[in-house]
Design a protein around this ligand. Structure first.
Ligand code: ZN
Ligand code: ZN
Length: 773
């Protein structure tokens, strides 16, 4: 009997070969009707015929690997009498918005074709199909159709054209990005004067140069990498010298998972992430005795590794006997990663010897995503390729709105309906190029989704570079400008991620390097009682005066001296301790500068600081982990590395009351560490003990707040850049366990400043909606 169904499928069903799959399935079951993209993340299917039950069953079982079905709504309807099944044109109603698909790594089938000399894709560097390949990085606009991508200039050859329109070709039928050696992008080699180097095989050329110790730029999906051997100290040292990057770790790319196991100790869950279509860089403990040069990640006991995600990368890694290479972002110091030949020639001159290029335009720069494990849970350090710009649904109705994020390692966001799209990682917007890019990506999203922003949200910090951008946007759209406190934004970001509602009150622990406090101080060790519209600071660190402005973050000895001054040490004592620990010469002007810092701190000059970042800098200095910060987060990361090898020794954190707020007594902690050093404790044990006890103290403060108040959600949220520190998180968990409370960490967004834009949007929207602010 002929029956008919209207089926709406919600999930990741666009840009992943879902419609062609539905077409094949329906026709194989002799069903008639149509499938159409509804925009958003939905397709509508109309089927009529006899085997409609089989259809539903097989749709779930046999769907393309990248498709995710979240919801299926089935409706029985009257048959219409279609005579065939067809894929209908996407509906382009301005009101229906479709999700922008992120870039997906090459699938195993495409890799097989490239390796198999019996296919027409043999050795093809840029092979992809409906299930895999670049998406967002090559899109001019939505929906994801070939004419809207930078593939539009590559006209199909006869074979590709046939494959595209052949429903029996499972992976190429309606594959928007498909191509072959005949009709697709080609690989070229350029010297640094921009002249093409004529070579028979660019891959041979690349392999030869790299094995000879050369340093090359290689164009990938969202930008250029710098590729060279990771096993030779002289090569890595040369790269550090050329890139003027003395310490910051370089990412590696490994041929396959077995190589990853040779060089790292992957924690549980790492393999799944490494081999996922998102292919992030995963930070893992390094394996002792591996062939990886010590210079790849100096002072750290971890390395960041990813697996290949283009055919070219697979072919390249197969030819490298080590099985791994440095594949670090191809950017000039402080600037964004290059995304076209012109930028690479200018920006990477003096860094690389040659550029291995291809001629598919990169429309959006997308950096590799970086994930680490925090007490066993994967957390983002950087959210880019593979994840951005997927939206998250907040369950709260939002106005069209924009958030410009924070200042360092940041991203922006747009909101509409109940959705928030956080842009890909933009970087440090104190540089003009990154600020321009933030503007560009936000403007692109506004245009793409036809938004009329009513709200522009920005940080309270009076000196953030994106203030002008926010003010200009506010004028351009006649939109309300709303300031948001930094740690409140961190808290709201994770609230949104876990679907909290407007009426919910939570306790959020927001810990990081710097955020502008509403009292003008530098916050960063905060326990907040928060809703989307307000917050109350119930816990923090004991504040201390930190003179020195920006240099206070560069030289960890400065916060150390300041904290010692606040602890009550005399100058003579400070002088002695610094001399004894060999720290006096770590300041450019030595003892003079140290004394000046001490005197200023003592007399209450400099910002009032409650930042856990600066406090960990101080502890990192006294414990000899790091005395010069060459990249964001270096001193705490090195402190964590030392602590990894330590055992806890007894210490009970002291909590005091200052200005009616419970404070972690950091001066007590410092005094204890200095005494511990004097009595010959192992620095690793001291490092571990201070980190765990920071967490414990924050946990104790949290417990107190929850006990003393009603109607608070019994889940504690933790966010901020320091919330990725395993020892701190363990300390918090341990304290909370006493009352059976659990802690949630950000999973979809970075805990650091890459995630604050989401919180800014939520707060600004809710404040305007419920408080009229
Ligand atoms: Zn594929
Ligand atoms: Zn072709």
């Amino acid at each position: 009997m002929v029956k008919a169904l209207r089926i709406r499928v919600v999930g990741v069903v666009q840009g992943v070969g879902f419609r062609p799959f539905i077409y094949r399935l329906a026709t194989s079951l002799n069903l008639k009707g149509y499938v159409v993209n509804l925009g958003g993340s939905e397709v509508e299917i109309h089927i009529e015929g006899e085997k409609i039950e089989d259809f539903i069953k097989r749709m779930n079982l046999e769907k393309p690997p990248q498709a995710k079905i979240l919801k299926v709504i089935v409706e029985n309807i009257e048959p219409i009498g279609f005579d065939r099944f067809e894929i209908r044109e996407s509906m382009r109603k301005a009101t229906v918005r479709s999700m922008i698909p992120p870039d997906i790594a090459i699938c195993e089938h495409c890799v097989e074709e490239v390796l198999n000399d019996n296919t027409r894709f043999h050795n093809y560097h840029w092979n992809s199909c409906a299930w895999c390949g670049p998406r967002f990085s090559m899109m001019y606009k939505i929906p994801y159709d070939r004419e809207n991508t930078s593939m539009h200039v590559f006209k199909f050859c006869n074979e590709c054209s046939y494959d595209y329109s052949n429903p029996n070709n499972i992976r190429r039928f309606h594959g928007q990005g498909i191509s072959c050696p005949k009709c697709g992008p080609k690989t070229h080699v350029y010297d640094m004067d921009g002249l093409e180097v004529k070579v028979e095989d660019p891959l041979d050329f690349a392999v030869e140069r790299i094995l000879g110790g050369g340093i090359l730029a290689v164009k990938g999906v969202g930008g250029y990498h710098i590729a060279c051997l990771a096993s030779r100290d002289d090569v890595v040292a040369e790269l550090r010298f050329r890139k003027r990057r003395p310490m910051q770790p370089f990412a590696l790319m490994a041929r396959d998972y077995s190589i990853v196991q040779d060089i790292a100790i992957p924690p549980e869950g790492a393999r799944e992430l490494l081999e996922s279509p998102q292919r992030p860089i995963v930070i893992m403990p390094r394996r002792g005795g591996a062939k990886v040069s010590e210079l790849v990640a100096p002072g750290l006991n971890t390395i960041g590794v990813m697996l290949p995600y283009t055919a070219f990368q697979h072919l390249l890694l197969k030819r490298i006997p080590d099985g791994f290479l440095i594949m670090t972002s191809g950017n000039p110091r402080g600037k964004p990663m290059c995304r076209n030949l012109k930028q690479a020639l200018r920006g990477l001159r003096g860094i690389v010897d040659y550029i291995i290029d291809h001629d598919r335009e990169i429309v959006h720069r997308v950096d590799d995503s970086v994930i680490r494990f925090t007490d066993g849970e994967p957390t983002f350090l950087r959210r880019g390729r593979g994840y951005a710009p997927e939206w998250i649904e907040t369950g709260i109705e939002l106005r069209d709105s924009i958030a410009v994020g924070a200042e360092l390692q940041t991203a922006g966001a747009v909101g509409f309906e109940d959705k928030v799209i956080v842009t890909q990682y933009i970087g440090d917007i104190d540089e003009a190029a990154q600020l321009e890019e933030l503007d560009g990506e936000l403007s692109w999203l506004i245009e793409t989704y036809h938004l009329n922003p009513e709200i522009i949200a920005m940080d309270m910090h009076p000196l953030y570079s994106n203030r002008t951008l926010a003010e200009n946007m506010s004028k351009r759209f006649n939109a309300k400008l709303i300031e948001v406190q930094h740690h409140h934004a961190h808290s709201a970001s994770i609230m949104a991620e876990y679907g909290f509602k407007v009426e919910d009150t939570v306790v959020a622990i927001a810990i990081d390097g710097t955020g502008y406090g509403d009292d003008g101080g530098i916050w960063g060790g905060e326990v907040l009682l928060a809703t989307y519209t307000s917050y109350r600071r119930i816990g923090s660190l004991k504040p201390f005066h930190l003179p020195g402005g920006d240099t206070a973050a560069t030289y960890p000895v400065k916060p150390l001296i300041s904290l010692m001054a606040s602890t009550g040490y005399s100058w003579d004592e400070v002088n002695n301790i610094l001399e004894k620990r060999g720290l006096m010469n770590t300041l450019p002007h030595g003892v003079k500068e140290a004394n000046m810092t001490y005197m200023m701190a003592k007399s209450g000059r400099g910002a009032l600081v409650t930042s856990i970042g600066r406090t960990l800098d101080a502890l990192s200095a006294i414990l000899g982990a790091c005395t010069l910060r060459t990249y964001e987060g270096e001193p705490p990361m090195k402190l964590e590395s030392i602590a990894d090898g330590g055992r806890e020794v007894p210490y009970k954190p002291r909590i005091i009351d200052v200005d009616g707020i419970s404070r972690v007594d950091t001066t007590d902690l410092l005094k204890w560490v200095i005494n511990g050093l004097e009595s010959g404790y192992d620095v690793r044990d001291l490092a571990k003990t201070v980190l765990v006890n920071f967490g414990r103290a924050l946990g104790i403060i949290t417990l107190k707040a929850i006990k003393g108040a009603r109607n608070i959600k019994q889940t504690v949220l933790a966010s901020g850049g320091a919330a990725v520190n395993t020892h701190i998180i363990r300390g918090i968990k341990e304290a909370l366990k006493e009352e059976g409370l659990e802690i949630r960490l950000p999973r979809k967004m970075p805990p650091g400043d890459g995630g604050v834009a989401l919180g800014q949007l939520m707060i600004a929207n809710c404040k305007l909606e419920y408080e009229g602010v």
